[in-house]
Write a protein that binds this ligand. Structure first.
Ligand code: SF4
Ligand code: SF4
Length: 419
């Protein structure tokens, strides 16, 4: 079903917000240019040849153009409808990319990769991967991720800290965690801290067996049928849970994807279920601010000063800017500063590191330069993919700031206050 919103009036107000236009300066690598290309192909005036495909595939899907557009153009949906055509002409390169993505969304293979990298780290060769762009998706310390998994840093251990639970500010809630796949493997401590923060606020967290990848990587790579299949599998898992008030995600990319299941599954036999589910999905910071949360009694001095960077799938896809900042402020006792160029993508964008490593690296370098200028102790960002990308960029530029999810800062402040 086509639903690409209102027509583009070619005003150009979105150009400066587009990361690829900012880097390359070419109209064809801007939102307006890409719309021209797609419209010309649709009218039969242009072939989807290698050149046109390159300009379209360079789009990060960051949706900054949608935020900037006064005409309400749904650029993301428009380009997503084109992605299967782009994937179809990828040939051998596409097979390699799909295989690489399958590795990154397979928890067993990611676990094996992390363990192999942890051995390299112990032998003193851990930094080698920083110079291999595709491996930039791995966390700064594979050893820490492996240790966290091996020592019970697993969000399914639900009784964690229950004895220290605070009274909720509103009626007791019951939520299910959308654990994600690759992000939970790479940085398991984020989901652990998410569960801890929810429980400390008197919110019950229930397990959701059978959930899997949200399908975002597949959808944005043109494998729409696979994305629909994954979404349906998740809906079945969600249907087995009774009586939850919300489904909570700590990964902005996955959260935006599941919020969009209603659109993805529109016109199917599960349209109503998808609508009901999408309406209950919340980002962790969004939920905390919506229902109210207990401020830690002592601010987390060690984390500051904190620079916050907006993940595109929070800011542009969901319009969420204030909630993560409020969580950072509650955790540290001071509002975070902006990292700078906050509406500009960091270059993570799902598998962009694999597809366009040089552009991804340039965007990451811009963030590292801003961090160098502002010298924060911590960079906070609410999406695991952005965290991995910024961590790598900071390491490459020799910037020593830590990268944390806002909910990690809040969990650490609670622990410090309770000590
Ligand atoms: S989604 Fe992002 S990268 Fe793609 S055209 Fe819009 S602003 Fe540019
Ligand atoms: S997408 Fe929106 S902002 Fe960009 S050129 Fe078209 S109408 Fe203007």
């Amino acid at each position: 079903m086509s639903d690409v919103g209102l027509p583009c009036v070619h005003c150009g107000l979105c150009l400066d917000t587009c990361p690829t236009y900012r880097l390359l300066g070419t109209e064809a690598d801007s939102p307006r240019g890409r719309i021209y290309i797609m419209e010309a192909i649709d009218r039969g005036e242009l072939e989807l040849d290698a050149q046109a495909a390159t300009h379209l595939s360079r789009c990060l899907g960051c949706l900054a153009c949608e935020t900037a557009c006064p005409s309400g153009v749904s650029f993301g949906r428009r380009i997503d409808e084109y992605r299967p055509k782009l994937a179809a002409r990828n040939g051998a390169e596409g097979i390699w990319k799909n295989a690489a993505q399958s590795v990154y969304t397979n928890p067993t293979l990611v676990d094996a990769g992390l363990r192999g990298t942890a051995i390299l780290e112990r032998l003193g060769f851990g930094d080698l991967r920083r110079h291999v762009p595709g491996l930039g998706l791995l966390p700064s310390s594979a050893t820490a991720a492996v240790t966290a998994h091996d020592h019970g840093c697993d969000w399914t251990v639900t009784p964690l800290h229950r004895s220290r639970t605070h009274q909720p500010l509103r009626a007791r809630l019951r939520v299910a965690l959308l654990a994600g796949c690759v992000g939970d493997q790479m940085m398991p401590q984020i989901n652990r801290d998410t569960v801890e923060v929810l429980q400390r606020n008197g919110i019950e967290v229930v397990e959701m067996p059978g959930q899997g990848c949200c399908g975002a990587l597949a959808l944005h790579s043109g494998r729409r049928d696979e994305a629909v299949m994954l979404a349906r599998a998740n809906l079945e898992a969600f249907a087995r849970i009774n009586d939850v008030d919300a489904f909570v995600s700590s990964a902005a990319g996955c959260g935006a994807m599941v919020r969009d299941y209603a659109h993805l599954l529109a016109g199917t036999d599960v349209e109503e279920e998808a609508q009901a589910f999408s309406a209950l999905c919340r980002d962790i910071c969004e939920l905390l601010v919506e229902v109210g949360f207990v401020a830690p009694s002592k601010p987390l001095i060690a984390a500051g000063p904190v620079a916050y960077h907006d993940a595109c799938h929070l800011l542009h896809a969901r319009g969420i800017a204030a909630a993560p900042r409020k969580v950072c402020e509650a955790a540290t006792g001071a509002p975070p500063i902006d990292l700078g160029e906050n509406s500009l993508c960091c270059g993570s964008a799902g598998s962009y590191n694999l597809d366009h490593p040089h552009l991804a690296e340039q965007l990451g370098r811009r963030k590292a330069s801003l961090a160098k200028e502002k010298s924060p102790t911590t960079v906070a960002v609410g999406n695991v993919g952005c965290m991995l990308q910024i961590e790598r960029a900071l390491a490459l530029q020799g910037v020593s700031a830590a990268v944390r999810h806002p909910v990690q800062l809040l969990a650490a402040a609670y622990r410090q206050s309770a000590a």
